[in-house]
Design a binder for this molecule. Structure first.
Ligand SMILES: [Zn+2]
Length: 210
């Protein structure tokens, strides 16, 4: 049995983060990061790991968040916000139309809410799908420096206005993410339509078919 002195030392030992700069970048590690609460990340992930992540890795996290949302029965769209200086994640989230009975909480709004009160002009938003009108307005009204869009195949249109408003917009498609969203849209067309244009559009479409 250790004496009181050594127990005290053990208590005072600083816990090392589980994910470090030497941890390989795999889908499993990125998926763990996607599932952890943002505020816990600094205790579990070393700064060095985030620094070595490329844009496509952050987009991958956005897609893994989208996938998490889909597994919950929701619409698969995820968002991740990083600090441009440290590359650390300051906010992330996914669409919660179904999960929270929330008519407009998209991947981007969810990530902004998770980030809280920040100076977004020093950040980059990664979104797994091209932003809708509401999210596009939020992105330029909060003065995001940069937006990286992971899918302009299933939807697009607000990129020019965002550029006009001074946001640097880059397209970085994740092929698996693009095919995943296409598959979801085919599977749940009404949920997809509701997410974009509300139940009014779903009712109108149904009336048009009858
Ligand atoms: Zn939106």
């Amino acid at each position: 049995m250790p004496n009181a002195g050594s127990m005290g030392a053990a208590k005072g030992t600083v816990m090392k983060p589980l994910i470090t700069k030497d941890t390989p970048v795999t889908d499993e590690v990125l998926n763990t990061i996607a599932h952890l609460p943002t505020r816990s990340l600094s205790k579990i992930v070393d700064d060095g790991f985030f620094k070595k992540l490329a844009d496509r890795d952050f987009m991958r996290i956005a897609f893994l968040l989208a996938k998490k949302g889909y597994e919950e029965g929701g619409s698969p769209i995820g968002g991740v916000i990083i600090s441009n200086e440290t590359r650390q994640i300051v906010g992330k989230g996914h669409n919660t139309l179904v999960q929270e009975n929330h008519p407009y909480n998209h991947g981007e709004t969810s990530a902004v809410r998770d980030a809280g009160r920040q100076d977004f002009s020093q950040t980059t938003m990664f979104t797994s799908l091209s932003p809708c009108d509401i999210c596009a307005a939020l992105i330029y009204m909060r003065q995001f420096k940069r937006l990286v869009v992971g899918d302009v195949t299933n939807s697009s249109g607000n990129e020019p206005i965002l550029r006009q408003k001074g946001v640097q917009v880059d397209i970085l498609e994740d092929p698996e993410g693009v095919s995943f969203y296409a598959k979801y849209r085919k599977e749940k067309p009404n949920q997809d339509l509701e997410d974009w244009q509300g139940l009014a559009a779903v009712r109108k479409a149904a009336a048009g078919r009858s």
